[in-house]
Design a protein around this ligand. Structure first.
Ligand SMILES: [Cu+2]
Length: 162
């Protein structure tokens, strides 16, 4: 994404609701999503954890999300007061090389579960406000369509854990 496009989409995000902005990255959505949000009670999140790294690199956040409602949930991204930037990514293997792509939205059908796990979907948590410690709990807000959101406490695990 070019810098001018970033500026433009940031402006748009401030003026409009999120669902119409399909081109936006998860990062921009996370930045814009500061308005009052409705709870998403049908979303059940378990096993939320962040894998700590010994150096100041982007950290990966993982969790399991279950849709207990009777309507599809559409996850648009996340934000956290502990990080300046949060993206939604997917890791992919291409001929032995692992790459990451940005994910803008993920649909979870009624009764279905979505797993954010090593080698697949993850939250990319960037630019920590302050250094994190193993065992600490960090709030992360998951953003869904319809202005719904869910705050989840993520536990900080050591680098060797999955
Ligand atoms: Cu990533």
């Amino acid at each position: 994404m070019t810098e001018s496009k970033l500026t433009l989409t940031t402006k748009l995000a401030g003026n409009r609701r999120m669902p119409s902005l399909g081109l936006l990255t998860a990062a921009i959505i996370a930045l814009s999503a500061c308005s009052l949000a409705l709870a998403a009670p049908q979303a059940i999140v378990t096993n939320a954890r962040i894998r700590l790294l010994p150096v100041d690199l982007p950290l990966a956040g993982y969790f399991d999300l279950m849709n207990r409602g009777d309507q599809a949930l559409i996850l648009l991204g996340a934000s956290s007061p502990a990080f300046n930037m949060t993206h939604m990514h997917r890791s992919m293997e291409h001929g032995g090389t692992s790459t990451m792509v940005s994910v803008e939205r993920l649909e979870i059908k009624p009764g279905a579960a979505l797993h954010f796990s090593p080698g697949g979907y993850h939250l990319m948590l960037m630019h920590a406000i302050k250094p994190l410690k193993v065992g600490e709990k960090v709030p992360v807000v998951l953003k869904f369509t319809g202005g719904q959101s869910l705050q989840v406490m993520f536990v900080v695990n050591s680098a060797g854990t999955e």
